[in-house]
Design a protein. Structure first.
Lengths: 403, 403
């Protein structure tokens, strides 16, 4: 029998205990022993839980219990999760977490502490909820050099954009609906401003490229400025607007990466354009494998909890041997500054003399594609050739002055 | 340094040596030692290979070389692959294979021999080419009970069906094009009759449900009878025709599975309907994870080879510890006979008096959905309610007699 503790009995934590109890028999068969929940840490009371007698409000009941060899951290946030996780690892307990904020902020440090103490620190559930992505990237695609990753990593924003695309709902109405359905928090900033997707792409990039990527090195735009007009222009262009988190090897320096989160036009030919509702998909391009995709529910109680439990099972099966997931700390120099990224840019403007303005756009940006108008009175929309963001900002200013 | 042998220098084998040589540095960094190709077995000569001096035509050079601890089998077919692999495992060498025929026919036996000799027998590349599927199913989704798997597992047939759907090409023309492009063999039976997809779903079902599923227990239909008319009716119905390999837990007896390969109508809402060309996708539904999808190139030199090399790397990293992939032998009783599977069936017929025929269809099959006609002179097409295949056959006879 192996004893585990679960820190946090919120949505995911409740799912973890539910799966460990419900699937106890099949899980025990697979890991060849019983997994017993010794303690659940939460400041609230849960008198109706079938294991209500095992709840505690005191972290000491976990850290000082030497029989507990695996600790699940599903509290979220950095305080007190970071301190608790660190103490557990230092005490020789393996830790499994779904906490993307923690891994994105402290991953390199916690992995180093885990290595030093010869225990595991696993976090499959921190990206893509129930979608297997950390382990496949690390193991199955390990013979590849990963050229790029493009992902829809936030279900809330994908739901909102879908409602705008399919039902012509405004951003505000779609957000209100997402909140009503429980997909968005009352304070939705982490989702709609792109921070959640940013943390996830930081974790994937750290894993794949071997150096920690901190969220503050990553250019992050949310979807708050996307209007129904933009959604319609994306459709005329031949695609849809999606919030894409991307990481790619720099073409100029293959030791560095270009990482960003922003709403982008995605062509209808691309698998990512077909991802509906709160689903996530991550497309990974390896130099040998070509494009490989991972699709599923990126959040939610049981999907996320099932990924946590799978990591716990992996810890049980490999308790005398560490998984070799590891990356070194980074100082931000591994990430190319956003100003240097070269992308084609979508520009929308109104001008009294459209033909003159278009001629100027072509002169300033280089030959632009003009998107068919959504109606006669609408803005003019163009897509520029690929150019660096710094270049784009400068040329945009010039264009605005001339128009 | 770890020494490996590669048996077979065909398409996949050539890819394996190419990746091991090309990505030698990054691979060595990941597995913390050099992987050295000691021998390549092939009956042909390859004087232009950069390692031409390490080729041999004699299996004894591999089996009797105790320095070779990992053997890659990429010859395909059962003879002599089965005998060679068995000897390698018995001699204490780990084996990595991409050979789906071998795993589908002999998986349980070879896994047992590997366990007895405390070595690994890994086969990630046998299903879905470069798509990570074996390991994610086994590890990441291990906290789930897998309710069903539906997959497009054969790229050749998907390419052919796509050409029929998008370009209104006949089956024969699309097959000829697939052969011209090198997607289909000169003898295309294994692909178009569904045997290749069958082997792959057998491997996935064996892995997930723990008992070997032999191809001859699985009802297998190919796409040779699919006509352009069917493709058009699928479109009118709201979807596309895809060759689907499926495995699901029997609703009547959860210790048994229903497994089949057949062309099916796939609704446009389903991710599988968007899989184009030679790509594969596998959708897996876990009781906790919900639907999870895996997408990518299901065949091809480098995608498949990259999965083989990842398995080799896993063997190197875990050389003193076996992966716990295992299933027991089966006698076919774990698979429900096809006659008992309940599905809605698509029926196409011509009748002089259509209204009377439809009334009879409703009387015999139960209330059927009538698909809008593709043109006035076309056959009538209906979809029956769910019924067992045995029931369907009997009722179809009765219907044919009455019409």
């Amino acid at each position: 029998m192996i004893k585990v503790a679960v820190m946090g009995h919120g949505v995911v934590g409740g799912g973890v205990t539910e799966i460990l109890l419900k699937n106890a028999e099949s899980i025990a068969k697979k890991v060849k022993q019983e997994i017993y929940i010794e303690k659940v840490l939460d400041l609230r009371d849960f008198p109706d839980s079938p294991i209500s007698d095992r709840f505690t409000k005191d972290f000491n009941d976990i850290i000082s219990n030497d029989e507990i060899s695996i600790v699940v951290e599903v509290m979220g946030g950095l305080k007190p999760a970071y301190d608790f996780v660190k103490q557990c690892l230092e005490k020789g307990k393996s830790v499994v977490t779904s906490n993307k904020e923690l891994v994105a902020a402290k991953g390199a440090e916690l992995l180093a502490i885990a290595e030093k103490n010869n225990v595991n620190f696993l976090f499959e559930a921190s990206v893509g909820g129930g979608i297997p992505i950390i382990r496949p990237l690390h193991q199955c695609l390990s013979a590849n050099n990963i050229e790029k990753i493009n992902g829809i990593l936030n279900g809330t924003t994908n739901f909102i954009l879908n409602k705008m695309i399919n039902d012509k709902m405004s951003f505000e109405d779609a957000l209100a609906l997402a909140q009503e359905k429980g997909y968005a928090e009352r304070n939705p900033a982490a989702d709609i401003e792109g921070h959640d997707a940013c943390r996830k792409i930081c974790i994937l990039a750290s894993l794949v490229y071997g150096t920690h990527v901190y969220p503050d090195s990553v250019h992050t735009e949310g979807i708050t400025k996307v209007s129904l007009t933009d959604v319609e222009y994306a459709s005329k262009w031949g695609g849809v607007v999606k919030l894409i988190a991307s990481a790619r090897i720099s073409a100029k320096d293959n030791t560095k990466q270009e990482i960003m989160v922003a709403p982008m036009f995605v062509s209808r030919d691309c698998q990512l354009s077909n991802v509906d509702g709160v689903y996530n998909e991550i497309l990974v391009r390896g130099d040998s494998s070509g494009s490989v995709g991972f699709y599923g529910r990126g959040a939610g109680k049981l999907p996320t909890a099932s990924a946590v439990v799978a990591d716990v099972m992996d810890c049980v099966l490999h308790k005398d041997e560490r998984r070799d997931i590891m990356w070194k700390d980074g100082n931000g120099e591994n990430v190319v500054p956003y100003e240097e990224y070269e992308n084609a840019m979508y520009v929308r403007f109104s001008a009294d003399d459209e033909q003159t303005a278009l001629a100027k756009a072509n002169e300033i940006f280089g030959k632009c594609d003009v998107i068919e108008k959504i109606d006669a009175t609408a803005d003019t929309a163009i897509v520029t050739p690929e150019l660096s963001y710094a270049d784009f900002v400068e040329k945009s200013k010039k264009f605005a002055e001339l128009c």
